[in-house]
Design a protein around this ligand. Structure first.
Ligand SMILES: Cc1ncc(COP(=O)(O)O)c(C=O)c1O
Length: 406
């Protein structure tokens, strides 16, 4: 390990900080294996009404203090299900974030709505002033995105939503178990949505969950994920609403359920590794911390940090050579610039429906600038102290070398 002085970078032929791979993540507890086996042996993996799915929904709702949880097949499906439950008219606008996954934006388009992007604040969550400036009489919802395990100011966004009579939906795909001012993210809005995709703090490989206290929205979501089928109807089939098949199987519940009991310790380990990396970043010239929104107990989906603008690719190469894989720039450009459909490439057939505007590169200049400086290290709960120490040492080594050869 190397913590001081200037050493030859591995990318220039010097010895790497780390020779072997970092410890891999093992997110699935033994209890998940037991429950999945039990589910398979039961002979039925159908999720709706399934024993494990119902138990998972009850316990997930209890964990977050919500009245309802609705399991679906992915985070994207959770966002689509939440938005569809609002039953927006075609052409309605949804205000969302420029630094996010396409899974936040695609449901807006598939629901016939128009995404409107509000720029970010320094913590990379949406800036409430920018959000309010985006609200028009066509706005149906604010779709807040909580980035990297940190928070967008959900309380401020709820106040804006209430002031304008629109819904607040919270995309907590990256923010399982994150509290902001003592309240879980996902609980400020009318609906909170979580992804259970492989990289998330809690995972079933794929899957998603929506939480709400609103009985009507919960039953709309249950209909939507089940092809709009009202199973309570009995007799001949009734489909009072359009819907899709976004059901998740019993295996999703089997794998995710036991992680509710371990989430707190998973997040504690992520937080203490992040604190060690913060200390390393503070010693690395030219590198700065990502500071989550004040009052937010971030859950570190990953460990983001900032390097000089335009240097992310060079940093990515240098860190990889030192044995530390990263994703330079996260998504590279604001999400509207990453998606061909939003850049004139067409949405459905030869049309741009439902889009009625352009999304120029500088629409959200702060998001764009932040992504030119952002590095993402895939921190997780199973990293050892040595792993984290090597990652910190690699950051300091690269920063020190670059400070001498700008
Ligand atoms: C912020 C955010 N929203 C939505 C999604 C979509 O989730 P999924 O991949 O489970 O569909 C993701 C997944 O990466 C995400 O990070």
């Amino acid at each position: 390990m190397l913590t001081a002085g200037r050493a030859r970078l591995a990318v220039d032929g010097g010895p790497p900080v780390r020779r072997g791979p970092l410890t891999p993540r093992q997110p699935f507890p033994e209890e998940a294996v037991r429950l999945a086996t039990e589910a398979i042996r039961s002979g039925s993996l159908f999720g709706v009404g399934g024993v494990l799915t119902e138990r998972f929904e009850t316990e997930f709702a209890a964990f977050y203090g919500a009245d309802h949880a609705v399991t679906v097949s992915s985070g994207t499906a959770a966002i689509h299900t939440a938005l569809a439950a609002l039953d927006p008219s075609p052409g309605a606008e949804v205000v969302t974030a420029p630094i996010t996954d396409a899974g936040s934006v695609l449901p807006i388009l598939y629901q016939g709505c128009v995404p409107v992007f509000a720029d970010v604040a320094d913590h990379l969550g949406m800036d409430p002033r920018a959000v309010e400036a985006c609200v028009t009489d066509r706005t149906v919802a604010i779709l807040a995105v909580h980035p990297f395990g940190g928070a967008t100011d959900a309380r401020a966004l709820r106040a804006i939503a209430d002031r304008h009579g629109v819904a607040l939906l919270e995309d907590c795909s990256q923010a399982h178990g994150t509290r902001y001012d003592g309240t879980f993210l996902g609980r400020y809005g009318h609906i909170g949505m979580y992804s259970l995709q492989q990289s998330k703090q809690m995972t079933a490989g794929e899957g998603g969950v929506c939480v709400t206290d609103d009985d009507r929205l919960a039953s709309e979501m249950r209909l939507f994920r089940d092809k709009g089928w009202d199973r309570a109807g009995g007799g001949s089939r009734g489909y009072p609403r359009l819907g899709l098949n976004y059901r998740a199987s019993e295996l999703v519940a089997a794998v995710a359920l036991p992680q509710l009991a371990t989430l707190d310790s998973v997040l504690a380990r992520r937080r203490s590794s992040a604190a060690l990396l913060d200390a390393a970043v503070d010693k690395a010239p030219g590198v700065t911390r990502w500071n989550p929104l004040a009052g937010c107990d971030a859950s570190y989906w990953c460990y983001p940090f900032f390097v000089p603008s335009g240097d992310t690719a060079r940093w990515g190469e240098a860190l990889a050579a030192e044995g530390v894989p990263t994703t330079p720039g996260y998504i590279g450009e604001p999400i509207y610039a990453c998606m061909a459909a939003l850049q004139g490439g067409g949405t459905f057939g030869t049309s741009d429906y439902p889009l009625d505007r352009a999304y120029p590169p500088d629409l959200c200049p702060r998001a764009r600038d932040a992504l030119t400086r952002l590095m993402v290290f895939w921190l997780h709960e199973d990293l050892t102290g040595d792993d984290v120490s090597d990652v910190g040492a690699a950051i300091i080594k690269v920063a020190t070398a670059f400070a001498h050869q700008p």
